[in-house]
Structures are given as C-alpha cells and as structure tokens.
Write a protein that binds this ligand. Structure first.
Ligand SMILES: *Cc1c(COP(=O)(O)O)cnc(C)c1O
Length: 400
C-alpha cells in the first residue's frame, strides 16, 4: 500500500489498476456543514471506525479535526492505536466493549477512552487499573441501552450503574450515552421514546447527586433529524463522508460525497452473438458486442451480488456491467463507446461529466445501506487524496 504522499503523485497513480479517490475538501466541507447545525456548546465527534468507512482513518481524522471536530470515535482498540501512532492527540472514544486485562492496559497506555457497558466491566477496569503505575484515573464513558438492544446497561438500571462507577477508584465518568435504533426513520416515535428513557435515566442519575459532564445520543440520523437529540456531543460517521442516512434528510444540509472508485480498462474485445461472459455465463450476448475488461472486482469492494445489475461511467457515459463480477475483474458492455482503449479510466462510484453513481444507488439495488457499501472499500485498493481540481485534471488526461 502506498503512502498518501507517494500515491497522490499523478505519475504513480497512472500505474494503479484501480484506486479509491478521497476528496479531502469534501470531508472538511461536510464537517463544517454538520457543525453549522450544532449549538455552540455541542461538540462533534468524527466517527472514523472501519478505516473511516473506507476513506482512510488517519487522514480523515486529521481533516475532520482541522475542520471543527473535537472528538474521534473508533470501534476497536487497534483503530484507536492507529490514530495515536499517527500523532493524533484528540480524545478518542472506543465505541465497542472491552473486557480483558490486556485490552484495558492497552486503552490506558494509548490514552484511549473506553465505553463501559455493565457494572461487571467497570469492576474489572478498576481492578486492572490498580496494578498500573501510570497516571489515573481513566476517563470512561457509560453506555445505556434505551431501546437499541445492543451494548449498554438497561436504562432503568442507569442510576445504580453510574453510582457504582462514581465510587470506584481509578475511573472518572467522562460521559453517559446511548444509541438510537431508528434515527433516520421519518417516523420518530421510537427515537423519541429512546430519548425519553435517556432523559429519565439522567434525571435519576442526577437525583443521586451525580452530574455527568457530557451526555450524547445522536448518530448521523439523529444529528440531521432533530436538534433536541444533540445534547453535548454528536457522534457522526456517515454524514462526514457525504452521504445522507435517509433520503428525507437530504434537504437539511448540502453534503458532498468524498469517495470515488476508479479502475482501468485492461483489455477491449469484440464478442459475437451467443458468446457467454464471465463465470457461469450469466450474460450471453444477443448480438455482436464490444466489451471492456476492467481491473477491479469483489476483492476490491465491488459486491458480487451487483453482477449484471450495475453500471459504470466511461467517458461520461453510463455503460452496463455484464456477467458475474469476479474477484479481480469485471466486464462492461462498451458497444456505445467508440475506440475505447486500454488504460482508460472507468468510474465505478463517483462522477464523470454530468453522470454520477453513488453508494446509495448500489445500496438500493442490493437492498442494503450505503454504510455497508463504503466499508467494502477498506481492504485492497490504494487510496489517493485529491482535491477536486486534481481529480478533474487526472481524468481528463486519461480521457484524451
Ligand atoms: C457507528 C456509530 C456511530 C456513527 O453512526 P453513523 O450512522 O455512521 O453516523 C455513532 N455511534 C455509535 C455508537 C456507533 O457505533
């Protein structure tokens, strides 16, 4: 994998078979747009788990912090360590649950902030930290389950949980939080019920004389849909990358998609009527066709279930993908594109001329969500940081 500095050079980029372009200006723009929805006292956590949804965690974290985010969120300890090793000092919340002494020591060593989900986890943390020489106490975030039925202590038991942690040595409560199950749903009944439970739990916590310094509830959906979900901090992933959690929220702020996926044509050929294409011959030409082999496949993040159901952009035109998507390559029907040459660039996700294909388009075809599509691009493809100007000039160069 190339470093950002190396790979952003156009010369090296021309050797890549396929790559992801990440528009850093779009990330900064999205962070600023999201910030514009928040009151002055509400902080923004950029959620950069899963390698920033395929966009590259270190770079996204740096850009988001420059643009106004003050917290980072990750799912796992290694994801947090990656940020620290890159010299990022902002507070990092680990959203997943961790229990083992090794995990707890790593959290303390790397100055990460854990989520505690049960009284038992809190007791283990306090005990393991007793044996550590370094500065205590550790800032911890207490998770309540208000209706997601995933991590967290039941909201009815919040006060006892928070009281227990309050009295444990080596731990200090940095926040109390919960997670919405249906925030992007136009019908807010369930989200509001979760909010009521959250507020009731907080009232009971305060009745015990404990005032949590920070409360948070909202993901992207909650942040875009309802300012009363914002509290002291919002945890935003998807919207930072320029996608809307739901179509009905797309009028709130103007987001820009940051990720584009491109690959090169590696062979162009003519097939006669009756010729089958790719594994299983799931496409058979009805007449003579020009086809292009493109160097990207399911190991790169193109879902195989899109076989025969997706399009690509070639010289600003939409062309159909044909036959099964294979591990490293796909075929396109380029009969409508005269004299296509090897080495030309195809856009799988992104914009070319006035045509565009988004992760939402794929998600709709596959009956899944754009989050899953983006996370498919965290493995093999090199990532190239661009600003829009460079991208335009690079695609022009290859289209000429
Ligand atoms: C992933 C995650 C988020 C971010 O969700 P988006 O919908 O991408 O904004 C926020 N909070 C928690 C607990 C998460 O796991």
């Amino acid at each position: 994998m190339l470093s950002w500095e190396q790979s952003s050079s156009v010369a090296l980029m021309r050797q890549e078979r396929a790559w992801v372009e990440v528009n850093l200006g779009a990330i900064a723009h999205n962070v600023q747009q999201i910030r514009s929805l928040l009151s002055a006292h509400t902080e923004l956590m950029a959620v950069v788990k899963a390698d920033a949804y395929g966009h590259g965690a270190i770079t996204v974290a740096q850009i988001a912090l420059q643009a106004g985010a003050t917290w980072l969120g990750v799912a796992t300890i290694p994801e947090g360590i990656e940020l620290r090793e890159a010299g990022i000092h902002a507070p990092v919340l680990v959203l997943g649950a961790n229990h083992t002494p090794e995990q707890i020591r790593a959290i303390a060593h790397w100055n990460l902030q854990p989520t505690l989900c049960t009284p038992r986890q809190a007791l283990i943390f306090a005990e393991v930290l007793t044996d550590l020489p370094q500065a205590c106490p550790l800032a911890v975030h207490l998770k309540l389950d208000t209706g997601m039925s995933r991590l967290g202590t039941a909201w009815q038991e919040a006060a006892a949980f928070v009281q227990l942690v309050q009295h444990l040595p080596n731990l200090t409560i940095a926040s109390v939080y919960s997670h919405l199950a249906t925030a992007e749903d136009p019908d807010q009944t369930i989200a509001r019920q979760q909010q009521q439970r959250f507020e009731l739990a907080v009232t009971q916590i305060k009745a015990c004389g404990i005032n949590p310094p920070c409360l948070h509830l909202a993901n992207s959906g909650g942040t875009l849909s309802n300012p009363t979900f914002h509290y002291d901090l919002v945890r935003v992933g998807l919207a930072i990358y320029g996608l809307y959690p739901s179509a009905h929220l797309s009028t709130t702020i103007a987001l820009k998609t940051a990720l584009q996926v491109k690959a090169r044509v590696t062979q162009v050929k003519t097939i006669v009527a009756g010729t089958g294409v790719s594994y299983g011959h799931r496409y058979v030409a009805d007449r003579e066709r020009q086809i292009a082999v493109v160097a990207i496949g399911y190991a790169d993040g193109i879902p195989r279930s899109l076989s025969n159901q997706m399009e690509a952009l070639v010289r600003g035109q939409r062309v159909p993908q044909i036959g099964a998507v294979t591990m490293d390559q796909i075929m396109l029907d380029v009969s409508a594109v005269p004299d296509l040459r090897e080495g030309e660039v195809v856009t799988l996700l992104g914009q070319d001329g006035n045509q565009s294909i988004s992760a939402d388009d794929w998600a709709t075809t596959l009956d899944t969500i754009s989050w899953e599509i983006l996370c498919g691009f965290k493995h093999r493809l090199p990532r190239i940081a661009i600003d829009q100007t460079l991208s335009d000039s690079v695609s022009r160069r290859w289209d000429e």
